[in-house]
Design a protein around this ligand. Sequence first.
Ligand SMILES: Cc1cc2nc3c(=O)[nH]c(=O)nc-3n(C[C@H](O)[C@H](O)[C@H](O)COP(=O)(O)OP(=O)(O)OC[C@H]3O[C@@H](n4cnc5c(N)ncnc54)[C@H](O)[C@@H]3O)c2cc1C
Length: 547
Amino acid sequence: MGQSQPRTAGPEDDSAGTSPGSDRPVTSQGSATNPPPTRRRRALVIGAGSSGLATIQQALEAGLEPFCCEARPGVGGAWRFDADPGPYEWHFGEDGEAHVFTPGESDVKGRPTPSPMYASLRTNVPTTLMQYRGTPFPRTVGLFSKHNEVQQYLEDFAEPFLPYIRFDTRVVSVRHTLETDPYDDDADLGTEPRSSSSALGHRRWIASFRSTLRNDAPLEECQFDAVFVANGHYSRPYVPATEGLQDFPGERLHARWYRDAGQFEQKTVLVVGNSASGYDITRELADSIYTRRQAGVPAETLPRIYQSARSPPALGVPWDAPDAPEYSKEVQTFPPIRRIDGRRIEFLDGRSVNDVHTIMFATGYFFSFPFLSPSSAPFSEYPVTYAPPKPSDPSDSAPQPSAKGGLRIHNLDDRMLFYLPDPTLAFLGLPYLVIPFPLAQIQARLAARHFASSPQLPEPLRFRPNPAMAGSNGEEDGAPEIRGTVTLGHPKQFDLHDRMLRETGDVRDKEGREELGQAGGIWTLTSEADRDLRKGAKGLRKAVLGY
Ligand SMILES: Cc1cc2nc3c(=O)[nH]c(=O)nc-3n(C[C@H](O)[C@H](O)[C@H](O)COP(=O)(O)OP(=O)(O)OC[C@H]3O[C@@H](n4cnc5c(N)ncnc54)[C@H](O)[C@@H]3O)c2cc1C
Protein backbone atom coordinates (compact mmCIF):
# COMPACT_ATOMS: atom_id res chain seq x y z
CA MET A 1 0.00 0.00 0.00
CA GLY A 2 1.57 3.27 -1.03
CA GLN A 3 0.99 6.72 0.29
CA SER A 4 -1.57 9.26 -0.64
CA GLN A 5 -1.79 12.87 0.39
CA PRO A 6 -4.02 13.51 3.35
CA ARG A 7 -7.48 14.14 2.03
CA THR A 8 -9.06 17.44 2.79
CA ALA A 9 -12.49 16.04 2.49
CA GLY A 10 -15.09 14.18 4.49
CA PRO A 11 -17.32 11.32 3.39
CA GLU A 12 -18.05 11.48 -0.32
CA ASP A 13 -15.42 14.20 -0.56
CA ASP A 14 -17.93 16.58 0.89
CA SER A 15 -15.97 17.98 3.77
CA ALA A 16 -12.75 19.85 3.79
CA GLY A 17 -9.79 20.03 6.13
CA THR A 18 -6.92 22.42 6.28
CA SER A 19 -3.18 22.20 6.05
CA PRO A 20 -1.95 21.39 9.51
CA GLY A 21 -0.48 24.43 11.14
CA SER A 22 -2.47 26.80 8.99
CA ASP A 23 -5.07 29.05 10.52
CA ARG A 24 -7.37 28.81 7.60
CA PRO A 25 -10.61 27.26 8.74
CA VAL A 26 -12.30 25.07 6.22
CA THR A 27 -15.74 23.63 6.21
CA SER A 28 -17.52 20.43 5.52
CA GLN A 29 -20.41 20.58 3.14
CA GLY A 30 -23.06 19.60 5.60
CA SER A 31 -26.45 18.18 5.27
CA ALA A 32 -28.03 21.28 3.81
CA THR A 33 -26.23 20.92 0.50
CA ASN A 34 -25.70 17.19 0.20
CA PRO A 35 -27.91 14.46 -1.06
CA PRO A 36 -28.21 11.58 1.37
CA PRO A 37 -25.65 8.81 0.84
CA THR A 38 -26.76 5.87 -1.25
CA ARG A 39 -25.83 3.40 1.48
CA ARG A 40 -25.08 3.57 5.18
CA ARG A 41 -21.55 4.74 5.66
CA ARG A 42 -19.36 2.23 7.33
CA ALA A 43 -17.38 3.28 10.38
CA LEU A 44 -14.65 1.44 12.24
CA VAL A 45 -14.67 1.82 16.02
CA ILE A 46 -11.40 0.81 17.70
CA GLY A 47 -12.07 -0.34 21.26
CA ALA A 48 -15.19 -1.15 23.28
CA GLY A 49 -14.36 0.71 26.47
CA SER A 50 -16.62 3.51 27.65
CA SER A 51 -15.66 5.71 24.67
CA GLY A 52 -16.14 2.98 22.06
CA LEU A 53 -19.52 1.97 23.47
CA ALA A 54 -20.80 5.55 23.41
CA THR A 55 -19.52 5.74 19.86
CA ILE A 56 -21.45 2.68 18.69
CA GLN A 57 -24.61 4.16 20.22
CA GLN A 58 -24.11 7.49 18.47
CA ALA A 59 -23.00 5.95 15.18
CA LEU A 60 -26.22 3.94 15.03
CA GLU A 61 -28.31 6.97 15.91
CA ALA A 62 -26.66 8.94 13.11
CA GLY A 63 -27.35 6.17 10.59
CA LEU A 64 -23.82 4.88 10.24
CA GLU A 65 -22.92 1.22 10.09
CA PRO A 66 -20.48 0.70 12.97
CA PHE A 67 -18.03 -2.17 13.17
CA CYS A 68 -16.15 -2.29 16.45
CA CYS A 69 -13.01 -4.31 17.12
CA GLU A 70 -12.19 -4.97 20.76
CA ALA A 71 -8.93 -6.67 21.65
CA ARG A 72 -10.26 -8.08 24.93
CA PRO A 73 -12.99 -10.71 25.41
CA GLY A 74 -15.60 -8.23 26.66
CA VAL A 75 -16.60 -4.59 26.97
CA GLY A 76 -15.52 -2.07 29.63
CA GLY A 77 -11.89 -1.27 28.73
CA ALA A 78 -10.00 0.00 31.77
CA TRP A 79 -12.99 -0.85 34.02
CA ARG A 80 -12.76 -4.53 33.14
CA PHE A 81 -10.76 -5.44 36.22
CA ASP A 82 -8.00 -8.07 36.09
CA ALA A 83 -7.49 -9.41 39.61
CA ASP A 84 -4.10 -10.72 38.56
CA PRO A 85 -2.24 -8.36 36.23
CA GLY A 86 0.40 -11.02 35.57
CA PRO A 87 4.16 -10.57 35.38
CA TYR A 88 6.08 -7.61 33.99
CA GLU A 89 9.59 -6.97 32.73
CA TRP A 90 11.77 -3.88 32.39
CA HIS A 91 13.84 -2.78 29.42
CA PHE A 92 16.40 -0.01 29.55
CA GLY A 93 17.65 1.92 26.53
CA GLU A 94 21.23 3.08 26.07
CA ASP A 95 20.31 6.45 27.55
CA GLY A 96 18.64 4.93 30.58
CA GLU A 97 15.09 5.36 29.25
CA ALA A 98 12.95 2.83 31.04
CA HIS A 99 10.10 0.78 29.60
CA VAL A 100 8.01 -1.82 31.38
CA PHE A 101 5.92 -4.44 29.63
CA THR A 102 3.96 -7.61 30.09
CA PRO A 103 6.38 -10.33 28.82
CA GLY A 104 5.76 -11.02 25.16
CA GLU A 105 3.52 -7.94 24.87
CA SER A 106 2.98 -7.09 21.22
CA ASP A 107 1.05 -4.48 19.29
CA VAL A 108 0.13 -6.97 16.60
CA LYS A 109 -0.11 -10.43 18.12
CA GLY A 110 -1.29 -12.27 21.18
CA ARG A 111 -3.30 -11.33 24.22
CA PRO A 112 -3.95 -7.71 25.19
CA THR A 113 -2.37 -6.20 28.29
CA PRO A 114 -4.13 -6.14 31.69
CA SER A 115 -6.38 -3.34 32.91
CA PRO A 116 -4.74 -0.71 35.14
CA MET A 117 -7.57 -0.71 37.75
CA TYR A 118 -6.71 -1.59 41.35
CA ALA A 119 -8.96 -3.45 43.77
CA SER A 120 -10.09 -0.65 46.08
CA LEU A 121 -10.68 1.96 43.40
CA ARG A 122 -13.62 4.29 43.97
CA THR A 123 -14.59 6.80 41.29
CA ASN A 124 -12.97 10.18 41.72
CA VAL A 125 -16.01 12.12 40.51
CA PRO A 126 -19.68 11.57 41.45
CA THR A 127 -21.36 8.94 39.30
CA THR A 128 -24.10 11.45 38.46
CA LEU A 129 -21.46 13.38 36.50
CA MET A 130 -19.83 10.27 35.04
CA GLN A 131 -22.96 8.78 33.51
CA TYR A 132 -23.90 8.95 29.86
CA ARG A 133 -26.79 11.16 28.86
CA GLY A 134 -30.01 9.21 28.90
CA THR A 135 -28.53 6.36 30.98
CA PRO A 136 -28.38 7.12 34.71
CA PHE A 137 -26.49 4.85 37.09
CA PRO A 138 -28.90 2.66 39.09
CA ARG A 139 -30.08 4.22 42.37
CA THR A 140 -28.29 1.47 44.29
CA VAL A 141 -24.91 2.78 43.12
CA GLY A 142 -23.34 5.36 45.43
CA LEU A 143 -21.94 8.75 44.43
CA PHE A 144 -18.36 7.42 44.46
CA SER A 145 -18.81 3.89 43.26
CA LYS A 146 -16.58 0.82 43.09
CA HIS A 147 -14.96 -0.23 39.83
CA ASN A 148 -17.17 -3.33 39.53
CA GLU A 149 -20.31 -1.16 39.70
CA VAL A 150 -19.00 1.01 36.89
CA GLN A 151 -18.17 -2.13 34.91
CA GLN A 152 -21.71 -3.45 35.45
CA TYR A 153 -23.12 -0.11 34.28
CA LEU A 154 -21.02 -0.35 31.10
CA GLU A 155 -22.07 -3.95 30.49
CA ASP A 156 -25.75 -2.99 30.83
CA PHE A 157 -25.25 -0.02 28.51
CA ALA A 158 -23.46 -2.24 25.98
CA GLU A 159 -26.19 -4.87 25.74
CA PRO A 160 -27.89 -3.55 22.55
CA PHE A 161 -24.55 -2.91 20.87
CA LEU A 162 -22.96 -6.35 21.25
CA PRO A 163 -23.90 -7.43 17.68
CA TYR A 164 -21.68 -4.65 16.35
CA ILE A 165 -18.58 -5.71 18.29
CA ARG A 166 -16.03 -8.30 17.28
CA PHE A 167 -14.29 -9.33 20.52
CA ASP A 168 -10.78 -10.75 20.87
CA THR A 169 -9.86 -8.77 17.78
CA ARG A 170 -7.07 -6.20 17.59
CA VAL A 171 -6.84 -3.51 14.97
CA VAL A 172 -3.29 -3.71 13.67
CA SER A 173 -3.21 -0.91 11.14
CA VAL A 174 -5.31 1.90 9.72
CA ARG A 175 -4.20 3.81 6.66
CA HIS A 176 -5.51 5.70 3.68
CA THR A 177 -6.58 3.71 0.68
CA LEU A 178 -5.28 4.60 -2.76
CA GLU A 179 -7.57 6.18 -5.33
CA THR A 180 -7.00 3.08 -7.41
CA ASP A 181 -8.02 0.59 -4.73
CA PRO A 182 -11.29 -1.16 -5.44
CA TYR A 183 -14.03 -0.55 -2.91
CA ASP A 184 -14.76 -3.90 -1.26
CA ASP A 185 -18.35 -3.16 -0.52
CA ASP A 186 -19.31 -6.76 0.01
CA ALA A 187 -16.72 -7.50 2.66
CA ASP A 188 -18.18 -9.70 5.38
CA LEU A 189 -17.59 -7.97 8.67
CA GLY A 190 -18.70 -11.01 10.62
CA THR A 191 -21.25 -9.08 12.70
CA GLU A 192 -25.00 -8.72 12.50
CA PRO A 193 -26.91 -6.90 11.31
CA ARG A 194 -25.41 -5.90 7.97
CA SER A 195 -27.01 -3.30 5.83
CA SER A 196 -27.71 -3.84 2.17
CA SER A 197 -24.87 -2.20 0.37
CA SER A 198 -24.54 -0.25 -2.78
CA ALA A 199 -21.45 1.32 -4.15
CA LEU A 200 -20.57 4.65 -2.66
CA GLY A 201 -17.78 4.82 -5.12
CA HIS A 202 -15.01 6.31 -3.00
CA ARG A 203 -12.20 4.98 -0.87
CA ARG A 204 -11.27 6.24 2.52
CA TRP A 205 -9.55 4.07 5.12
CA ILE A 206 -8.27 0.54 5.03
CA ALA A 207 -7.93 -1.28 8.34
CA SER A 208 -6.36 -4.62 9.14
CA PHE A 209 -7.20 -6.62 12.22
CA ARG A 210 -6.59 -10.07 13.65
CA SER A 211 -7.74 -12.34 16.46
CA THR A 212 -5.90 -11.99 19.77
CA LEU A 213 -6.58 -15.63 20.61
CA ARG A 214 -3.78 -17.08 18.49
CA ASN A 215 -0.33 -15.75 17.76
CA ASP A 216 -0.57 -16.98 14.18
CA ALA A 217 -4.10 -15.66 13.52
CA PRO A 218 -4.47 -14.43 9.94
CA LEU A 219 -4.74 -10.74 9.14
CA GLU A 220 -8.09 -9.53 7.78
CA GLU A 221 -8.62 -6.28 5.90
CA CYS A 222 -11.62 -4.07 5.37
CA GLN A 223 -12.40 -0.60 4.10
CA PHE A 224 -14.22 2.11 5.99
CA ASP A 225 -15.62 5.54 5.27
CA ALA A 226 -14.70 6.82 8.70
CA VAL A 227 -12.75 5.73 11.75
CA PHE A 228 -13.36 6.39 15.45
CA VAL A 229 -10.25 5.77 17.56
CA ALA A 230 -11.32 4.80 21.10
CA ASN A 231 -8.34 2.71 22.22
CA GLY A 232 -7.85 4.50 25.55
CA HIS A 233 -4.60 5.86 26.93
CA TYR A 234 -3.82 3.74 29.97
CA SER A 235 -1.87 0.85 28.58
CA ARG A 236 1.70 1.91 27.74
CA PRO A 237 3.37 3.01 31.00
CA TYR A 238 5.47 6.15 31.09
CA VAL A 239 8.49 6.12 33.39
CA PRO A 240 10.71 9.22 33.56
CA ALA A 241 14.36 8.61 32.71
CA THR A 242 16.07 8.29 36.10
CA GLU A 243 19.81 8.00 36.57
CA GLY A 244 20.71 4.70 38.24
CA LEU A 245 17.24 3.14 38.03
CA GLN A 246 18.53 0.26 35.93
CA ASP A 247 20.90 -0.82 38.72
CA PHE A 248 18.51 -0.37 41.63
CA PRO A 249 18.74 -3.71 43.49
CA GLY A 250 15.15 -3.61 44.84
CA GLU A 251 11.82 -3.99 43.10
CA ARG A 252 10.71 -1.58 40.35
CA LEU A 253 7.02 -1.43 39.56
CA HIS A 254 4.60 0.69 37.55
CA ALA A 255 1.14 1.42 38.99
CA ARG A 256 -0.43 -0.57 36.14
CA TRP A 257 0.56 -3.73 38.06
CA TYR A 258 -0.57 -2.52 41.51
CA ARG A 259 -3.66 -4.27 42.87
CA ASP A 260 -3.75 -3.81 46.67
CA ALA A 261 -1.71 -2.94 49.76
CA GLY A 262 -1.53 -6.61 50.80
CA GLN A 263 1.32 -7.10 48.32
CA PHE A 264 3.48 -4.63 50.28
CA GLU A 265 2.86 -5.38 53.95
CA GLN A 266 6.54 -5.97 54.63
CA LYS A 267 7.94 -3.51 52.09
CA THR A 268 9.02 0.10 52.33
CA VAL A 269 7.67 1.68 49.18
CA LEU A 270 8.60 4.92 47.43
CA VAL A 271 5.65 6.02 45.30
CA VAL A 272 6.68 8.37 42.50
CA GLY A 273 3.81 10.61 41.38
CA ASN A 274 0.82 12.24 42.99
CA SER A 275 -1.97 12.16 40.42
CA ALA A 276 -5.03 9.98 40.99
CA SER A 277 -3.20 6.62 41.14
CA GLY A 278 -0.14 7.94 42.99
CA TYR A 279 -2.35 9.53 45.62
CA ASP A 280 -4.57 6.46 46.01
CA ILE A 281 -1.69 3.99 46.27
CA THR A 282 0.20 6.14 48.80
CA ARG A 283 -2.98 6.51 50.83
CA GLU A 284 -3.65 2.77 50.88
CA LEU A 285 -0.11 1.89 51.90
CA ALA A 286 -0.12 4.58 54.61
CA ASP A 287 -3.47 3.34 55.91
CA SER A 288 -2.19 -0.24 56.04
CA ILE A 289 0.87 0.79 58.10
CA TYR A 290 -1.19 3.06 60.36
CA THR A 291 -3.78 0.37 61.06
CA ARG A 292 -1.11 -2.09 62.11
CA ARG A 293 0.61 0.52 64.27
CA GLN A 294 -2.71 1.21 66.02
CA ALA A 295 -3.15 -2.54 66.55
CA GLY A 296 0.11 -2.61 68.49
CA VAL A 297 2.49 -4.00 65.89
CA PRO A 298 6.01 -2.93 67.03
CA ALA A 299 7.18 0.16 65.14
CA GLU A 300 10.56 -1.37 64.23
CA THR A 301 8.84 -4.17 62.31
CA LEU A 302 6.70 -1.82 60.21
CA PRO A 303 7.80 -0.65 56.78
CA ARG A 304 7.67 3.03 55.71
CA ILE A 305 5.85 4.86 52.98
CA TYR A 306 7.59 7.60 51.00
CA GLN A 307 6.23 9.69 48.19
CA SER A 308 8.18 11.69 45.62
CA ALA A 309 6.10 14.33 43.82
CA ARG A 310 6.37 17.62 42.00
CA SER A 311 3.23 19.11 43.51
CA PRO A 312 0.47 18.53 46.07
CA PRO A 313 -2.27 16.09 45.05
CA ALA A 314 -4.80 17.43 42.56
CA LEU A 315 -7.52 15.11 43.77
CA GLY A 316 -7.17 14.22 47.45
CA VAL A 317 -6.46 16.01 50.71
CA PRO A 318 -2.76 17.01 51.12
CA TRP A 319 -1.03 14.80 53.69
CA ASP A 320 -0.21 17.74 55.96
CA ALA A 321 -3.63 19.43 55.77
CA PRO A 322 -5.27 19.99 59.17
CA ASP A 323 -8.24 17.82 58.14
CA ALA A 324 -6.11 15.03 56.60
CA PRO A 325 -6.97 11.52 57.81
CA GLU A 326 -4.81 10.18 60.67
CA TYR A 327 -2.87 7.76 58.47
CA SER A 328 -1.53 10.71 56.43
CA LYS A 329 1.13 11.17 59.13
CA GLU A 330 2.77 7.98 57.91
CA VAL A 331 3.66 9.55 54.56
CA GLN A 332 7.09 11.14 54.20
CA THR A 333 7.18 13.38 51.14
CA PHE A 334 10.10 14.21 48.89
CA PRO A 335 10.65 16.22 45.71
CA PRO A 336 11.55 14.40 42.44
CA ILE A 337 14.44 11.92 42.41
CA ARG A 338 17.84 13.34 41.37
CA ARG A 339 19.64 10.02 41.04
CA ILE A 340 19.79 6.48 42.34
CA ASP A 341 23.08 4.95 43.45
CA GLY A 342 22.66 1.32 44.44
CA ARG A 343 20.09 1.39 47.25
CA ARG A 344 20.59 5.08 47.88
CA ILE A 345 17.87 7.27 46.36
CA GLU A 346 18.74 10.96 46.33
CA PHE A 347 16.12 13.66 45.87
CA LEU A 348 16.39 17.13 44.36
CA ASP A 349 16.56 18.80 47.79
CA GLY A 350 19.65 16.76 48.71
CA ARG A 351 17.89 14.39 51.13
CA SER A 352 18.19 10.67 50.52
CA VAL A 353 16.80 7.31 51.67
CA ASN A 354 18.39 3.87 51.48
CA ASP A 355 15.76 1.50 52.85
CA VAL A 356 13.35 1.31 49.91
CA HIS A 357 12.25 -2.18 48.81
CA THR A 358 9.97 -1.06 45.98
CA ILE A 359 9.94 2.02 43.76
CA MET A 360 6.40 2.37 42.44
CA PHE A 361 6.09 4.61 39.39
CA ALA A 362 2.62 6.14 39.33
CA THR A 363 3.79 8.38 36.53
CA GLY A 364 1.08 7.81 33.96
CA TYR A 365 1.03 6.53 30.41
CA PHE A 366 2.05 7.38 26.88
CA PHE A 367 -0.52 8.19 24.25
CA SER A 368 -0.07 5.25 21.96
CA PHE A 369 -1.65 4.42 18.61
CA PRO A 370 0.42 1.50 17.34
CA PHE A 371 -2.02 0.99 14.44
CA LEU A 372 -1.35 4.48 13.00
CA SER A 373 2.04 3.70 11.55
CA PRO A 374 4.31 6.60 10.60
CA SER A 375 5.28 4.59 7.54
CA SER A 376 1.72 4.73 6.12
CA ALA A 377 -0.26 7.62 4.73
CA PRO A 378 -1.40 9.97 6.04
CA PHE A 379 0.53 9.48 9.29
CA SER A 380 3.85 9.44 7.46
CA GLU A 381 3.32 13.12 6.76
CA TYR A 382 1.10 14.11 9.67
CA PRO A 383 1.92 11.97 12.71
CA VAL A 384 -0.21 11.98 15.82
CA THR A 385 2.61 11.20 18.28
CA TYR A 386 6.36 11.71 18.35
CA ALA A 387 8.83 9.72 20.45
CA PRO A 388 10.06 11.68 23.47
CA PRO A 389 13.67 12.81 23.04
CA LYS A 390 16.31 10.61 24.60
CA PRO A 391 18.37 12.23 27.35
CA SER A 392 21.39 12.45 25.04
CA ASP A 393 19.49 13.93 22.05
CA PRO A 394 20.85 17.34 21.07
CA SER A 395 18.21 19.98 21.67
CA ASP A 396 17.97 20.79 17.95
CA SER A 397 17.53 17.19 16.77
CA ALA A 398 14.34 16.58 14.82
CA PRO A 399 11.62 14.73 16.73
CA GLN A 400 10.84 11.28 15.37
CA PRO A 401 7.24 10.27 14.59
CA SER A 402 6.35 7.23 16.67
CA ALA A 403 3.31 5.01 16.73
CA LYS A 404 4.64 3.51 19.96
CA GLY A 405 3.69 6.64 21.74
CA GLY A 406 4.44 10.09 22.98
CA LEU A 407 3.41 12.44 25.73
CA ARG A 408 1.63 14.89 23.46
CA ILE A 409 -0.86 14.71 20.62
CA HIS A 410 -0.48 16.47 17.30
CA ASN A 411 -2.55 17.32 14.24
CA LEU A 412 -5.94 17.35 15.91
CA ASP A 413 -8.45 20.15 15.65
CA ASP A 414 -9.30 22.58 18.42
CA ARG A 415 -11.98 20.23 19.76
CA MET A 416 -9.22 17.63 20.37
CA LEU A 417 -11.43 15.34 18.35
CA PHE A 418 -10.90 15.41 14.57
CA TYR A 419 -7.68 14.56 12.74
CA LEU A 420 -7.02 17.80 10.94
CA PRO A 421 -5.52 16.42 7.71
CA ASP A 422 -8.59 14.22 7.21
CA PRO A 423 -11.57 14.80 9.51
CA THR A 424 -13.08 11.42 8.69
CA LEU A 425 -10.87 10.17 11.52
CA ALA A 426 -11.83 11.07 15.09
CA PHE A 427 -10.23 10.42 18.49
CA LEU A 428 -12.54 9.88 21.44
CA GLY A 429 -11.82 10.69 25.06
CA LEU A 430 -8.23 11.89 24.64
CA PRO A 431 -8.07 14.93 26.93
CA TYR A 432 -6.71 14.72 30.47
CA LEU A 433 -8.45 15.97 33.60
CA VAL A 434 -11.91 15.33 32.21
CA ILE A 435 -14.89 13.12 32.96
CA PRO A 436 -14.49 10.71 30.04
CA PHE A 437 -17.91 9.02 29.58
CA PRO A 438 -20.05 12.11 28.83
CA LEU A 439 -17.23 13.79 26.91
CA ALA A 440 -16.77 10.81 24.60
CA GLN A 441 -20.53 10.50 24.11
CA ILE A 442 -20.88 14.11 22.96
CA GLN A 443 -17.74 13.85 20.82
CA ALA A 444 -19.12 10.70 19.23
CA ARG A 445 -22.47 12.37 18.59
CA LEU A 446 -20.84 15.25 16.76
CA ALA A 447 -18.39 13.09 14.82
CA ALA A 448 -21.07 10.56 13.86
CA ARG A 449 -23.38 13.27 12.54
CA HIS A 450 -20.48 14.76 10.61
CA PHE A 451 -19.44 11.39 9.16
CA ALA A 452 -23.05 10.68 8.18
CA SER A 453 -23.61 14.19 6.75
CA SER A 454 -26.59 14.24 9.07
CA PRO A 455 -29.37 16.72 8.37
CA GLN A 456 -29.39 17.41 12.13
CA LEU A 457 -26.18 19.41 11.86
CA PRO A 458 -27.30 23.04 11.68
CA GLU A 459 -24.29 24.03 9.61
CA PRO A 460 -21.13 22.49 8.18
CA LEU A 461 -18.42 21.80 10.72
CA ARG A 462 -15.33 23.94 10.68
CA PHE A 463 -11.94 22.49 11.49
CA ARG A 464 -9.34 24.74 13.05
CA PRO A 465 -5.88 23.78 14.25
CA ASN A 466 -5.56 23.35 17.98
CA PRO A 467 -3.45 26.32 19.10
CA ALA A 468 -1.85 24.16 21.82
CA MET A 469 -0.65 21.73 19.13
CA ALA A 470 0.37 24.31 16.56
CA GLY A 471 3.85 24.97 17.97
CA SER A 472 6.79 22.63 18.08
CA ASN A 473 6.36 19.03 17.13
CA GLY A 474 8.81 18.08 19.83
CA GLU A 475 8.08 16.30 23.04
CA GLU A 476 8.64 17.45 26.57
CA ASP A 477 10.04 14.92 28.93
CA GLY A 478 7.63 15.96 31.63
CA ALA A 479 5.11 14.38 33.90
CA PRO A 480 1.94 13.41 32.07
CA GLU A 481 -0.05 15.92 34.10
CA ILE A 482 1.72 18.78 32.36
CA ARG A 483 0.84 17.54 28.88
CA GLY A 484 -0.38 20.90 27.75
CA THR A 485 -1.79 19.91 24.38
CA VAL A 486 -4.53 17.73 25.81
CA THR A 487 -5.24 18.88 29.33
CA LEU A 488 -8.72 20.31 29.79
CA GLY A 489 -9.95 20.23 33.38
CA HIS A 490 -12.90 22.04 34.86
CA PRO A 491 -14.70 24.19 33.66
CA LYS A 492 -13.14 23.90 30.18
CA GLN A 493 -14.59 20.41 29.71
CA PHE A 494 -18.13 21.70 30.13
CA ASP A 495 -17.46 24.66 27.84
CA LEU A 496 -16.30 22.19 25.19
CA HIS A 497 -19.40 20.02 25.79
CA ASP A 498 -21.61 23.04 25.25
CA ARG A 499 -19.77 24.13 22.13
CA MET A 500 -20.12 20.68 20.59
CA LEU A 501 -23.76 20.36 21.64
CA ARG A 502 -24.54 23.58 19.81
CA GLU A 503 -22.73 22.20 16.78
CA THR A 504 -24.72 18.95 16.85
CA GLY A 505 -27.93 20.95 16.56
CA ASP A 506 -29.29 19.55 19.82
CA VAL A 507 -29.64 22.56 22.01
CA ARG A 508 -32.04 24.72 20.02
CA ASP A 509 -35.75 24.34 20.50
CA LYS A 510 -38.27 25.41 17.87
CA GLU A 511 -38.05 29.06 18.89
CA GLY A 512 -34.29 29.01 18.68
CA ARG A 513 -33.85 29.31 22.43
CA GLU A 514 -31.13 27.33 24.12
CA GLU A 515 -32.04 24.90 26.85
CA LEU A 516 -30.12 24.21 30.03
CA GLY A 517 -30.22 21.02 32.08
CA GLN A 518 -31.56 17.57 31.31
CA ALA A 519 -34.94 18.60 29.90
CA GLY A 520 -37.38 16.25 28.23
CA GLY A 521 -34.83 13.93 26.65
CA ILE A 522 -33.24 16.76 24.67
CA TRP A 523 -29.49 16.99 24.86
CA THR A 524 -29.23 20.33 26.57
CA LEU A 525 -26.35 22.53 27.62
CA THR A 526 -24.54 21.76 30.88
CA SER A 527 -26.67 22.77 33.85
CA GLU A 528 -25.36 25.11 36.52
CA ALA A 529 -26.07 22.31 39.01
CA ASP A 530 -23.64 19.99 37.20
CA ARG A 531 -20.99 22.72 37.00
CA ASP A 532 -21.38 23.33 40.74
CA LEU A 533 -21.25 19.62 41.52
CA ARG A 534 -17.99 19.29 39.57
CA LYS A 535 -16.55 22.30 41.34
CA GLY A 536 -17.38 20.80 44.72
CA ALA A 537 -16.50 17.18 43.84
CA LYS A 538 -13.27 17.11 45.83
CA GLY A 539 -15.01 18.29 49.03
CA LEU A 540 -17.90 15.93 48.45
CA ARG A 541 -15.54 12.98 48.05
CA LYS A 542 -13.84 13.89 51.31
CA ALA A 543 -17.24 14.07 53.03
CA VAL A 544 -18.37 10.71 51.61
CA LEU A 545 -15.15 8.66 51.58
CA GLY A 546 -13.06 10.54 54.13
CA TYR A 547 -10.24 11.45 51.70
C1 LIG B 1 -6.62 3.76 37.67
C2 LIG B 1 -7.63 4.56 36.91
C3 LIG B 1 -8.70 5.16 37.58
C4 LIG B 1 -9.67 5.87 36.90
N1 LIG B 1 -10.72 6.43 37.58
C5 LIG B 1 -11.70 7.09 36.91
C6 LIG B 1 -12.85 7.62 37.59
O1 LIG B 1 -12.97 7.51 38.78
N2 LIG B 1 -13.80 8.24 36.86
C7 LIG B 1 -13.69 8.38 35.50
O2 LIG B 1 -14.61 8.93 34.89
N3 LIG B 1 -12.61 7.91 34.83
C8 LIG B 1 -11.62 7.27 35.50
N4 LIG B 1 -10.54 6.77 34.82
C9 LIG B 1 -10.40 7.04 33.39
C10 LIG B 1 -10.86 5.85 32.55
O3 LIG B 1 -9.82 5.51 31.74
C11 LIG B 1 -12.06 6.25 31.75
O4 LIG B 1 -13.16 6.32 32.64
C12 LIG B 1 -12.44 5.29 30.64
O5 LIG B 1 -12.12 3.97 30.96
C13 LIG B 1 -11.81 5.64 29.31
O6 LIG B 1 -12.44 4.83 28.38
P1 LIG B 1 -11.88 4.58 26.92
O7 LIG B 1 -12.92 3.77 26.26
O8 LIG B 1 -11.49 5.88 26.32
O9 LIG B 1 -10.54 3.75 27.13
P2 LIG B 1 -10.37 2.31 27.77
O10 LIG B 1 -11.28 2.11 28.91
O11 LIG B 1 -8.92 2.16 28.02
O12 LIG B 1 -10.83 1.32 26.62
C14 LIG B 1 -10.08 1.16 25.43
C15 LIG B 1 -10.41 -0.19 24.83
O13 LIG B 1 -9.80 -0.27 23.56
C16 LIG B 1 -9.27 -1.58 23.40
N5 LIG B 1 -8.20 -1.51 22.42
C17 LIG B 1 -7.02 -0.85 22.54
N6 LIG B 1 -6.30 -0.99 21.43
C18 LIG B 1 -7.03 -1.75 20.59
C19 LIG B 1 -6.80 -2.22 19.27
N7 LIG B 1 -5.68 -1.96 18.58
N8 LIG B 1 -7.76 -2.98 18.69
C20 LIG B 1 -8.92 -3.28 19.37
N9 LIG B 1 -9.16 -2.85 20.62
C21 LIG B 1 -8.23 -2.08 21.21
C22 LIG B 1 -8.82 -1.98 24.78
O14 LIG B 1 -8.74 -3.38 24.91
C23 LIG B 1 -9.90 -1.35 25.64
O15 LIG B 1 -10.94 -2.26 25.90
C24 LIG B 1 -9.55 6.04 35.50
C25 LIG B 1 -8.48 5.45 34.82
C26 LIG B 1 -7.53 4.71 35.52
C27 LIG B 1 -6.40 4.09 34.77
